[in-house]
Design a protein around this ligand. Structure first.
Ligand code: ZN
Length: 441
């Protein structure tokens, strides 16, 4: 009980901004060692020396929330899950049974007092796995039992090495929070499989002070399928407003037509590429990659890559048709591409529809926000503003740009208003691969 009181008073001091204590507490620690000694691949953007974001920029703003070495308040939530254990401070969880349910929880911590996370929307914590193939989610639950959503952290990290993860919790007011859960990522993500056992350690959960602009006012804009009007209508606007985008081309339709609409030609793709746009693959024939058919995935991913490379293009990104993917396609995609985009997982709506890529995602399954006929400029602006406010990487994706009124289309007039507004706000664009590299995703 005494420990709780100490923790509570520390948090209280931090929250009221008590200067010197605050400074002391912000000394970054991993497992009682300075965070700078936390070597190995990192989920956050510290791996890229060219990044404008340095580790210190981020960690200087990390305020301790829970030091797992000093608490023993974790409990195992067996709601739909197998067995586990709490290992004296650091959290150890042994998974034995997988019962599929999105957002199943495995470990929970009940705060000694009801917490207000309104200003703590970016949580950071350290973790290590006994193996490297898992994915993890973190979520918050209100005192009334309402699931407030959360975020994912990466996978494929070096096993048995401490890593740091940053999870952005956006789009909701996280007041009256009672519990923190750390668990598996749910059905929508390849991760734990039936019967797989692993051990997980969690430590040093902290939050990042709001106001730090990790992403430096950058967003990513993509166009799916490769309609010719991306060149005739969108490209000149992007040039006028000094912006770039990524086109996901269906390579079997280069110079062809789709539902009566002209598609980009090889010469147009080359010209856009030469002007700073990224050309990505969107398969050969727009086939769903959700399939378990290995040769279909290999053919669609490999042949489309070859087709674009044959045009002299450098291709590093893949965009999933219909935003559908599966565990097999994720694995195979890494043979051909450095990163890949999907759509919005269902839970993402809980987060107000905002991409939570930063440190919280898998670069082979980047999440994006769709823009179509019914999407208002006001909505898009609010997503952009939220992504700046909550320091998440926002990826917007369009299809055709014209006045035909198709369900997936947006008008050139709206696109121009958006680009103009981005410039007024000082918001820049990056290609997808630039963002992946820049932020070390
Ligand atoms: Zn498509």
């Amino acid at each position: 009980m005494k420990k709780y009181l100490i923790l509570l008073s520390i948090i209280s001091f931090v929250l009221i901004g008590a200067g010197c204590i605050y400074k002391l507490l912000t000394m970054p620690q991993v497992n009682n060692k300075p965070i700078g000694t936390n070597t190995g691949p990192n989920v956050v953007a510290v791996a890229s020396p060219s990044s404008a974001l340095s580790a210190l920029d981020l960690y200087d703003d990390a305020v301790p929330l829970l030091d797992c070495d000093s608490i023993d308040g974790w409990t195992l939530d067996t709601n739909g899950i197998g067995t586990g254990s709490v290992d004296n401070g650091t959290i150890k969880y042994v998974r034995t049974v997988y019962k599929a349910r999105a957002y199943s929880s495995v470990l929970s911590y009940t705060f000694p007092t009801i917490m207000d996370f309104t200003e703590k929307k970016i949580l950071k914590f350290d973790y290590k796995w006994a193996n490297s193939s898992n994915q993890l989610s973190l979520k918050l639950v209100s005192s009334s039992g309402k699931d407030m959503g959360g975020g994912l952290i990466g996978k494929d990290v070096e096993p048995n090495v401490w890593h740091s993860a940053v999870v952005s919790l956006v789009g909701m007011e996280f007041a009256n929070i009672n519990k923190l859960y750390i668990g598996n990522a749910g059905d929508d993500y390849p991760g734990w499989v039936d019967g797989e056992m692993t051990t997980l350690w969690i430590d040093n959960i902290r939050y990042i002070k709001p106001g730090k602009n990790i992403f430096g006012n950058n967003i990513v804009i993509q166009f799916d399928d490769g309609y010719m009007d991306n060149y005739t209508n969108a490209f000149p606007l992007f040039q006028r407003y000094n912006k770039v985008a990524t086109v996901g081309m269906i390579t079997g339709l280069i110079g062809g037509q789709l539902t009566g609409k002209d598609m980009l030609t090889a010469a147009q793709l080359r010209e856009m590429s030469a002007d700073g746009w990224e050309i990505a693959s969107h398969t050969v024939s727009h086939t769903s990659m959700e399939t378990n058919n290995e040769s279909t995935i290999n053919n669609q991913m490999g042949d489309s890559l070859k087709a674009l490379q044959a045009l002299g293009l450098t291709v590093k990104h893949f965009i999933y048709p219909f935003t559908r993917y599966g565990p097999l396609s994720r694995t195979i995609s890494s043979k051909y591409y450095e990163s890949a985009s999907i759509g919005q997982p269902p839970y993402q709506n809980l987060l107000g529809g905002i991409e939570t890529a930063y440190g919280a995602t898998d670069k082979l399954l980047l999440r994006r926000m769709p823009i179509g006929k019914t999407t208002t400029i006001k909505s898009v602006k609010s997503w952009v503003e939220d992504s700046m406010r909550y320091q998440t990487l926002l990826i917007l994706y369009f299809h055709d740009i014209n006045d035909l009124g198709g369900n997936n289309s947006w008008t050139p007039a709206n696109l121009e208003l958006l680009l103009k507004w981005l410039n007024e706000k000082g918001i820049r664009t990056m290609t997808t691969t630039q963002a992946v590299n820049h932020y070390g995703l």
